[in-house]
Ligand binder design. Structure first.
Ligand code: GAP
Length: 492
């Protein structure tokens, strides 16, 4: 797989996203979003919002990004949210052992070696690093001192700093903390769902590949709360019939082979643990389709037992093929009652609710989608060559940073004033548009195409005479002449 995305140049030149505090050669793994990237990121969030909370009838909340230690003690993150890390004995560079081995086996096309890593413990990994003669890439030193490194950023609360706290590693814990109050105050009934979009923080040991492994991440998480003893009669508008009819690309545990299977079949075999998780997979497939990610690029992968997060009885990742290979963009977990039951115990609080006239501690099916990786996957897959030496981002309308560009043909007061008027009118109608008058019209088209704007409206001298403009299509370059009054419908 390529080491560089074909979108790299556009991302850099147009500051779609860029290294935070880049003028200092300080900590990597933090990225800022520029105007174009931020619009695209918001597009993803708003498509998710339409498809998950709105269409499924879930409630959305926003919770604290700082969690006191006790919350993470109960959730198991304090003890087990770790990565296998080792350091070079000479220059002290740190390495994630699983990633080091992944790179080594990937370079050799050794799929068996790759599959084996998932089943290895810390010392097995170090042994493999040694037996394969893998050395520090900086100085050639020996890699040793393995440790399970906790990924959470520690901080403290209060003036004396005596109360340990952490930046949250997932938004889910805030949802579990609020579950019972939200359930009561919103008259919810099982099954129901609470979701959240927000920042989470992980002190990744070797952040890399732009947005693919960062330290500050935006997640869109959905937690469905279920009475495990009640049967499934559909959820969020998706019933058994929809699940039965749907076929998804799936890699079953232990096989490594990818195939297309019906959700019904995967449920029957237990490859998908329950119908609620199946509903979440169904919705994720629709979401990536809506974002314009090619249906040949996604797959779901059932994780091996050894790969499961500490809270999970079964996990299915959504992976998307990019120029860096398949990357995980969402983790879907059968969390059972792991979280609610440990919080209930440690806080000595009853977190059960009444369902079907009995007290139930709900089970949870979770979909945790990473916005940053999703954004990268969309951009990476949208690059096309226009055949004239320019790159075009062939984005779906749902992902385009602006619905259209507005250009006066040339620097002429009459054309500029008309173009500005159209730009303002589009804004009033909540149609986003990008205005520019600098550079030749050809260059402005190219600059509009390379950030994926679907249409360009050009104001020329005929506009001043007959009130028509040209609308140029990004992908076909075809231009049609329309009345200004027709533009507003034509570009959405
Ligand atoms: N609450 C469950 C949870 O957090 P996860 O699989 O650890 O699950 C969910 O994370 C998603 O968050 C991932 O699928 C990925 O898209 C994103 N993510 C996690 N760590 C990331 C990182 N270091 N850089 C970019 N995205 C990350």
């Amino acid at each position: 797989m390529a080491n560089e995305s074909p979108a790299e140049d556009i991302i850099k030149r147009r500051t779609v996203f860029y290294r935070s505090f880049g003028i200092y050669a300080e900590a990597g793994g933090f990225y800022d979003y520029g105007p174009i990237g931020l619009r695209m990121k918001r597009n993803i969030e708003s498509e998710w919002r339409a498809m998950f909370p709105e269409a499924m009838g879930l409630v959305e909340i926003e919770t604290s990004t700082i969690l006191p230690e006790i919350v993470l003690k109960a959730s198991g993150h304090l003890a087990t949210f770790t990565d296998p890390v080792a350091t070079c004995g000479s220059c002290h560079t740190s390495y994630r052992l699983d990633k080091l081995l992944e790179e080594f086996y990937s370079a050799r096309g050794d799929d068996e070696g790759l599959a084996e890593i998932r089943r290895m413990k810390l010392n097995d990994m170090l042994a493999k690093v040694e037996s394969n003669g893998i050395k520090c890439s900086r100085c050639g030193g020996r890699i040793g001192n393995p440790e399970n490194f906790n990924l959470m950023f520690k901080t403290q609360i209060g003036q004396k700093g005596t109360d340990a706290a952490y930046l949250r590693p997932e938004t889910a814990q805030g949802i579990f903390m609020g579950f019972k109050d939200i359930y009561r105050s919103h008259g919810l009934r099982l099954p129901c769902g609470i979701c959240q979009v927000g920042k989470v923080f992980r002190n990744e040991i070797s952040p890399r590949q732009g947005l693919v492994r960062v330290r500050e991440i935006t997640q869109m998480e959905t937690e469905l709360f279920i009475d495990k003893d009640a049967g499934f009669s559909g959820f969020g508008g998706i019933g058994s019939a929809e699940l039965e009819a749907e076929r998804i690309r799936f890699v079953k545990r232990g096989t490594g082979a990818e195939g297309e299977f019906s959700i019904k079949e995967l449920l029957a075999e237990g490859a998908i643990p329950n119908e609620y998780l199946a509903v979440l997979l169904y919705k994720e497939k629709r979401l990536i389709e809506r974002l314009g990610i090619g249906m040949e690029k996604y797959r779901f992968r059932q994780l091996d037992k050894e790969e499961l997060p500490h809270y999970s009885a079964g996990n299915i990742d959504l992976e998307i093929k990019t120029s860096y290979g398949y990357i995980e963009v969402a983790g879907n977990a059968d969390r059972g009652d792991y979280d609610l039951s440990s919080h209930a115990k440690l806080s000595n609080t009853d977190l059960g609710v009444i369902s079907n006239e009995k007290k139930v501690l709900p089970h949870v099916a979770e979909a945790s989608i990473g916005v940053d990786r999703l954004l990268f996957s969309v951009i990476d897959g949208a690059v096309k060559d226009d055949g004239r030496g320019w790159k075009v981002l062939s984005l779906s309308k749902s992902m385009a940073p602006y619905m259209c560009s507005v250009f006066p043909l040339q620097k002429d007061d009459g054309l500029i004033s008309k173009a500005e008027e159209i730009h303002r009118e589009l804004g009033k109608r909540r149609i986003s548009s990008y205005y520019s008058e600098s550079g030749s019209i050809g260059k402005r088209y190219a600059k509009s195409d390379e950030i994926g704007i679907p249409n360009a409206i050009t104001v020329d001298f005929d506009t001043l005479k007959d009130g028509t403009v040209t609308i140029r299509d990004r992908d076909t370059y075809k231009q049609v002449r329309k009345k200004i009054s027709e533009v507003f419908e034509a570009v959405v």
